[in-house]
Ligand binder design. Structure first.
Ligand code: HEC
Length: 141
């Protein structure tokens, strides 16, 4: 499929999506996703610096906040509360799948950083970047 067609399909899906939730609920859960993303963004940028400056010891602590927010997300989902995505709510299951996969890859990053294994850390950093982009392609359009 050409890029243009993929873009069109994603765009069409995005435009047809419609999430109906009560205002207050929506606010709380949307904030949770954004909270996760802000923490993730910060941790990922620190990771890139850590790789560039050969300071892999900086990576573990950088993800502490991410883990905290992640626990909150899990609690919310397990408690049967709905997490509202800004867009593409109908693909919520796919979102959770991608999110879980993402966090498994983060664990591998943590492990490699702990062992000070630069080659693996670089590989994981690349892989994670690919997953940021992949999820955003689906859920930010
Ligand atoms: C499992 C899906 C998923 C993954 C993986 C993911 N994101 Fe996100 N991200 C989202 C969603 C959903 C939003 C909010 C969508 C929107 O803005 O409409 C978002 C929003 C953001 C925002 C806020 C954008 C804005 O407009 O304010 C940043 C920054 C961000 N993500 C960074 C990252 C980084 C960095 C990574 C990878 C290290 C990442 N995200 C991985 C789903 C994901």
């Amino acid at each position: 499929m050409s890029r243009k067609i993929i873009f069109f399909v994603v765009l069409t899906l995005a435009m047809s999506s419609n999430s109906i939730t009560l205002g207050a609920d929506k606010e709380v859960s949307q904030n949770l996703i954004m909270k996760e993303m802000i923490a993730l963004d910060k941790a990922f940028k620190t990771t890139i610096d850590a790789v560039v400056l050969n300071r892999l010891d900086k990576i573990g602590p950088a993800f502490e906040e991410v883990h905290k927010v992640r626990e909150e997300v899990e609690k919310t989902v397990k408690g049967g509360k709905k997490i509202t995505l800004p867009k593409n709510q109908e693909r919520f299951k796919m979102f959770i799948g991608l999110d879980n996969r993402f966090h498994k890859e983060v664990e591998i990053l943590m492990e490699s950083a702990r062992k000070n294994h630069m080659v693996r850390v670089m590989k994981q950093t690349n892989r994670l970047l690919g997953l940021c982009v992949r999820c955003h392609t689906m859920f930010r359009k």
